[in-house]
Every structure is written in structure tokens, then in C-alpha cells.
Design a protein around this ligand. Structure first.
Ligand code: NCD
Length: 304
């Protein structure tokens, strides 16, 4: 039985295969509409979500399966003091696969040890978010027709942004990837990723706090929200929350084929005036999230 806890659980070949299947689902959705007949997905969300939970649920429904679950810890027995392990053992009696999001780093890994069904990490605290990364990879592939030879700017909260952590880990495995890491001093990418992923794989990267200085060379600009819920005090959050606001003016020197991404939700970091720019890919990115999750569910359930 396979789980997806960390993007490293998948080889590059497996990721490429998932992207291939997702592209086939987009082209021939009817072929897949009964693949998960009689299967149930449980979505256990101990933390807020719109896209991740609903895209998982839509994905299972479009595969002909069913969905059960909860969308807040307060409406589950967690509120009575039940452990994650006990909740997972219980839900495994009612479902074939579980997608779970939890505020504690490592909770999905703990859950997977006791689980009788595949566990998918749908975000664990400020740590990882592998299915957002699969979404991002499919988006990059669809927008740029390649996953190598790219200069990728990651901007905003690189410290607490789990989508950034998983994306850096995945993209570091492709050829000729360069990163421009754009953040205020306080929100730089964690050392364990700098040393354990970027430097270990000899990836070229620069750290800067300016979008303007680096935007001209980017193929992809991945904006992120400052992660309010991970801050220790509100004062720091208020000081940093509007550090970057991408607008038309800042895009003046960008490439014509720049791809602007954001895992969403957006707060202020991309001005709505950018939404009509053909380079703004973030709502297309939302759509791709459903298809890649369909491909992932099929893989983990071992359905051809
Ligand atoms: C992200 C997350 O939950 O980490 N959202 C998502 O899953 N699309 C990003 C965020 O919350 O800022």
C-alpha cells in the first residue's frame, strides 16, 4: 500500500506518469467516469480549505466514487480529545482512501503508520503540501510545455509556505532549474531546504528581497500569501503581510511568456488588475488541481 506524505515519495518517472494520466483525463473525461465505482474517499480536514478539499471531492465524484468526511476539527471527535491515530483507524473502516490536512507538521505521517488505507497529505502545518505541488507541476507543464530549463521566482512567505517547500523539492529534480527566492529577511526559505535540497543537488539560486530586480529573467513567478496562522505574533504579520503586491507596474519588465502562479487563497499579494493578463495562470492552476488529484487517486487505489 502506498501513501503520499512527501513529494519525495514519488519518483520523477511516477510524477511524469501522473501528469500524463491527468492530461488524458482532460482530453477524454468519459473514459474515467466509472473508474472508482463503489469506492469512497474520506476528506479529513483539521484545518481550513477551499480548493484542496473540494478538488479532492470533485475528483472522486468525477471518477464515479463517493465522498465522506469533515471540514473542521471542531465537528469531529478530535474536539473530545481523540488522537489522530484513532481517528484514522476509524475512518479506514468506512473508506478506501483518505486525504487529510492537519495543522501539526508530521501528523499525516503518523496517521499513515496506523492506517489500513492509503493516506494523502493535503497539507501539514508549515511543512509540506505534495498534492499542491502535483497541481503546480501539471500547471507548469500545460503552460510551458516543459518541466526543465526554467527560471522560477518564488515570492512571499518562503518560510511557512508549505507549497513552496514541496515545489522546491520536486523542481530540484528536473534539469537546468534556477530559483530566485524573493522574500523579506524574516521569511526566507528554511535552512533544511537550502542545504538538504538546493545545495545538495547543486541547484543555482539567489536570495533577494526585490521582485523588481529579478522579474525580467523569470519564466515562472510563484506568488504566495503570508501565512498568518503560523505567526507567533500579530504585529510581525501586520508588518509583513503587504510586503509584496504584484501589479501591472511591476510586470512592466517581465517576459511576454511569464507564467504567474499562486496556490491561492490570495489576500493582497496579487492585485486584481493582474487577473485579466493572459500570463495570470492561477485560476487555470485551480482547474488542474482536480485532474491531477483524479490521476493520484487512481494510482494509489491501483486502478488502471
Ligand atoms: C495553500 C495551503 O493550504 O498551503 N493553499 C492551497 O492548498 N491551495 C496555500 C495557502 O494557504 O496560502
Amino acid at each position: 500500500m502506498r501513501h503520499l506524505i512527501d513529494i519525495k515519495d514519488l519518483s520523477i518517472q511516477e510524477i511524469d506518469e501522473l501528469i500524463k494520466v491527468a492530461n488524458d483525463i482532460i482530453a477524454h473525461p468519459d473514459k474515467y467516469s466509472e473508474k472508482c465505482h463503489n469506492k469512497k474517499l474520506a476528506t479529513l480536514f483539521f484545518e481550513p480549505s477551499t480548493r484542496t478539499r473540494l478538488s479532492f471531492e470533485a475528483a472522486m465524484m468525477e471518477l464515479g466514487g463517493n465522498v465522506i468526511g469533515f471540514s473542521s476539527a471542531s465537528s469531529s471527535s478530535t474536539a473530545k480529545g481523540e488522537s489522530v491515530s484513532d481517528t484514522i483507524r476509524t475512518v479506514g473502516c468506512y473508506s478506501d482512501i483518505i486525504a487529510m490536512r492537519h495543522p501539526k507538521e508530521g501528523a499525516p505521517l503518523v496517521a499513515s503508520i496506523k492506517s489500513t488505507v492509503p493516506i494523502i497529505n493535503a497539507g501539514d502545518g508549515g511543512h509540506n503540501h505534495p498534492t499542491q505541488t502535483l497541481t503546480d507541476l501539471l500547471t507548469i507543464y500545460r503552460e510551458k510545455q516543459r518541466l526543465d530549463n526554467l527560471t522560477i521566482g518564488l515570492c512571499g512567505d518562503l518560510k511557512f509556505g508549505r507549497t513552496v517547500h514541496s515545489l522546491v523539492t520536486a523542481m530540484s529534480q528536473y534539469k537546468n532549474i534556477k530559483f530566485v527566492l524573493i522574500s523579506p529577511e524574516e521569511l526566507k526559505i528554511p535552512e533544511y531546504l537550502k542545504e538538504g535540497v538546493l545545495e545538495k543537488n547543486n541547484i543555482e539560486y539567489i536570495q533577494t528581497d526585490s521582485i523588481e530586480d529579478s522579474i525580467a529573467k523569470l519564466d515562472i513567478l510563484y506568488m504566495t500569501r503570508v501565512q498568518r496562522e503560523r505567526f507567533f505574533n500579530e504585529e510581525d504579520y501586520l508588518r509583513l503581510k503587504d510586503y509584496y503586491i504584484l501589479d501591472k507596474e511591476k510586470l512592466k519588465n517581465a517576459k511576454d511568456d511569464l507564467c504567474i502562479m499562486h496556490p491561492l487563497p490570495r489576500v493582497n499579494e496579487i492585485s486584481t488588475e493582474v487577473d485579466d493578463d493572459p500570463r495570470a495562470a492561477y485560476f487555470r492552476q485551480v482547474r488542474y488541481g482536480k485532474y491531477i488529484r483524479m490521476a493520484l487517486i487512481l494510482k494509489l487505489l491501483e486502478i488502471e
